[in-house]
Design a binder for this molecule. Structure first.
Ligand code: C2O
Ligand code: CU
Ligand code: CU
Length: 513
């Protein structure tokens, strides 16, 4: 159980046609040393440990962050970014992490649509940072632009209007050329946006009780419990140990009722493919930026870095004593690998139901707004390799260059191509209100679980997708990039600049205090 180093190498060999270097040649560094003025030292270190026995640890739930103050329009928060020691692998010393408030994952912010949130981010780390709230449409100034850095010892205020639909967002580091290592060390937290439509739905919605966040990320650990940052063949880090909310392959006790899960793939490189050990389906109810128009039942689903999905598992059909394992079956690995286990431990009444139509408003956006007839133009972006770097249309990040200039409010189609085997790219577009819709994947309808609004589109080996969305509501420069963080850092990122429109009225933008 668990995939070991040999299988990881096999994964690389199968997925990448020999992309993974022999271990001695891979860049393997202690996570604590990984950033030194842009250099990644290559001193080899300990061999990563094999996964510990699964299901020893109880699933932790990231705590809800309390505001330091509230007023009529706004909730105010303070987050301190700092190094800390966190007990992660049972029996090994604590792991040095970088965390929001010193924990991984960071505390969860729960916000309400149209109510403002103001976060003061304090940097007590040795590196500059930039904090992005992924999934939120906000002004350039508050978007965590990669060169808009908070220097060590400084702080910065980020203001979020919460114009978006209820969904799972996440805040994470976005510092230019340091995002991969910063995320790897733990700078990740969830931000849950709620709204009135969701509040009316009879689905589970009590955070930490029947509405459960799952930040799933693979990592490598050394025998002394420290993170190993080992880049394989310029791809990124492929871990052999799954952490769920910071715990290795944990277990969760559940009653005989429906639970809602919000999953984020917080990995550096690996996409995961989830199934349940029982073969029973997931009832998918949400994609990156909203609940879906209707639930979709699937036996398995693929999730790339930064993607979020919401699903329901109905435990009411299982007798007490049943164990259900969430497994990874990523294409060529072979045997399913355990990620976590649900233990059905008690009888419980279920008061929730899953309506066959979840969000008519999302349905309207998808069926009436985000349709090719409304698109004013199409742009094409090819994601690939160039001179040892990762590139978009052959170009790498340049702070001065802008690769698209949509007018505020324009609906555009973006065609995203991965013309190679051997690697995959989860493509993320900042800003765009309500995200985008995947029109098609390889010329065919998107997977059932992708039939919702998203901000990150996975393009697997030799795949292409067409996405359609509205470039709004703010003008200015915003990035789009591959969310394999190592690809993003080297240097698969670009930006668009939204220019003012004479005709489009953006949704009412609140006055920030
Ligand atoms: Cu999740 Cu540009 O980031
Ligand atoms: Cu984002
Ligand atoms: Cu990529």
């Amino acid at each position: 159980m668990g995939f070991n180093r040999r299988e990881l190498l096999k994964l690389g060999a199968l997925a990448g046609g020999g992309l993974l270097l022999p271990v001695g040649l891979a860049q393997r560094t202690w996570a604590k040393d990984i950033y030194e003025g842009g250099n990644f030292p290559q001193d080899p270190i300990a061999e990563p440990i094999d996964p510990p026995p699964p299901f020893q640890v109880k699933l932790p739930i990231p705590p809800v962050l309390q505001p330091t103050r509230r007023d009529a329009t706004t909730d105010y928060y303070t987050i301190v970014q700092q190094e800390a020691n966190q007990q992660i692998i049972p029996g090994l010393p604590p792991t040095r992490i970088w965390g929001y408030n010193g924990i991984y994952p960071g505390p969860t912010i729960i916000a309400q649509k149209n109510r403002l949130v103001n976060v003061s981010q304090v940097n007590r780390l040795p590196d500059p940072v930039s904090t992005h709230l992924h999934g939120q449409s906000t002004l350039h100034t508050y978007d965590g632009y990669p060169v808009d850095l908070i220097q060590p010892g400084q702080s910065q205020i980020y203001k979020y209007p919460n114009l978006n639909l209820a969904t799972t967002m996440w805040y994470h580091d976005h510092a230019l050329h340091m995002t991969s290592t910063h995320l790897y060390r733990g700078l990740t937290g969830l931000y849950i946006l709620r709204d009135e439509v969701e509040a009316q739905l009879p689905i589970p919605k009590t955070y930490g009780v029947d509405d459960i966040p799952l930040v799933i990320a693979d990592r490598l650990f050394a025998p002394d419990g420290q993170l190993i940052y080992e880049v394989q063949g310029n791809q990124g880090v492929a871990g052999n140990i799954f952490l769920v909310n910071g715990a290795p392959m944990p277990r969760m006790e559940v009653g005989t009722k429906k639970y809602r899960f919000r999953v984020l793939n917080g990995s550096d490189l690996l996409a995961h493919h989830y199934r349940l050990s029982t073969g029973d389906p997931f009832i998918m109810i949400g994609t990156d930026t909203a609940l879906m128009p209707r639930p979709q039942t699937v036996e398995s689903f693929r999730i790339g870095a930064a993607e979020r999905y919401e699903f329901i598992i109905d435990f009411s059909k299982y007798p007490v004593g049943t164990q259900v394992v969430l497994q990874n079956i990523w294409d060529d690995i072979g045997d399913p690998t355990p990620i976590m286990r649900f233990d059905v431990v008690r009888q419980e009444a279920d008061t929730t139901t899953i309506p066959s139509v979840l969000r008519p408003d999302v349905q309207r956006i998808m069926e009436q707004e985000f349709i090719p007839a409304n698109a004013v133009r199409t742009r094409k972006f090819e994601w690939g390799r160039r001179n040892g770097l990762w590139a978009i249309n052959g170009l790498v990040w340049d702070t001065q260059r802008v690769d698209a200039t949509p007018t505020n409010g324009d609906i555009e189609i973006w065609e995203l191509y991965n013309k190679a085997g051997g690697w995959w790219h989860p493509i993320h577009i900042h800003l765009i209100i309500n995200g985008f819709k995947i029109l098609d994947r390889n010329g065919k309808p998107p997977f059932p679980y992708e039939r919702g609004l998203k901000d990150t589109a996975f393009i697997g080996q030799n795949e292409h997708v067409r996405v359609i969305g509205r470039w709004a509501p703010y003008t200015g420069r915003f990035v789009f990039h591959c969310h394999n963080a190592y690809h993003e850092d080297h240097d698969m990122m670009s930006q668009f600049e939204v220019i003012p429109s004479r005709t489009f009225t953006p949704p009412t933008v609140p006055n920030f205090p």
